[in-house]
Design a protein around this ligand. Structure first.
Ligand code: S3P
Length: 187
């Protein structure tokens, strides 16, 4: 199966590295949170607010299943997962069974926090689980072990998005495709 999944905490750069990786490889890029918003017809923040986190996790699991079905059908993609997706046992199991590589993007938790705060103030990025710095840190610590089950872990501190994308290509031995079958991002 031609796919790479990017996992890691909020603010780790999964979407920006995913886009850069897709461009390098000529593979389409997909953000799983966008698929969830499309299928649910509301934003992630609205799902959390109206239906709660467990309903969001259900929608996330369904979205992952559908994405994997499309990959089995021959699609070639770089897919960024939301920060909590890979630490849900049933999602990690699906990915393991599918045999797709998973890449854990990591950075010092204070950098992750600062990046999320910057995104919230600059482009109004709404993250329901971005509360206090202390809660953010505790959640990161609780999830770290789960993330480390990914096939590859990369420390992104001090590297540019392009450098991280290049490292993933090199370490996983990924090959660009000549003709792109899907244009731009998955919509
Ligand atoms: C979440 C992270 C978010 C999004 C949702 C839940 C989490 O994605 O899926 O708000 O549980 O860490 P990002 O990691 O892209 O912010």
């Amino acid at each position: 199966m031609n796919a790479v999944f990017l996992v890691g905490f909020m603010g780790a750069g999964k979407s920006s590295v995913g886009r850069a990786l897709g461009e390098r490889l000529n593979w389409a890029f997909e953000d799983l949170d966008d698929r969830i918003e499309r299928s649910e017809g509301r934003t992630i923040a609205e799902i959390f607010r109206d239906a709660g986190e467990s309903e969001f996790r259900r929608a996330e699991h369904d979205a992952l299943k559908r994405a994997l079905e499309e990959l089995r059908g021959g699609k070639v993609r770089v897919i960024a997962l939301g920060g909590g997706a890979f630490v849900q046992e049933q999602n990690a199991d699906l990915l393991r069974t599918a045999g797709v590589p998973t890449v854990f993007l990591d950075a010092p938790v204070k950098d992750l926090w600062q990046r999320c705060c910057k995104q919230a103030s600059q482009n109004g990025a709404e993250r329901p689980l971005l509360r206090s710095q202390e809660q953010f840190q505790d959640l990161y610590e609780a999830r770290r072990k789960g993330y480390s089950k990914a096939s590859l872990a990369i420390q992104t501190a001090g590297s540019t998005v392009e450098e991280v994308a290049a490292e993933i290509v090199r370490k996983l031995g990924l090959k660009p495709i000549g003709i792109r079958t899907e244009q731009g991002e998955v919509e």
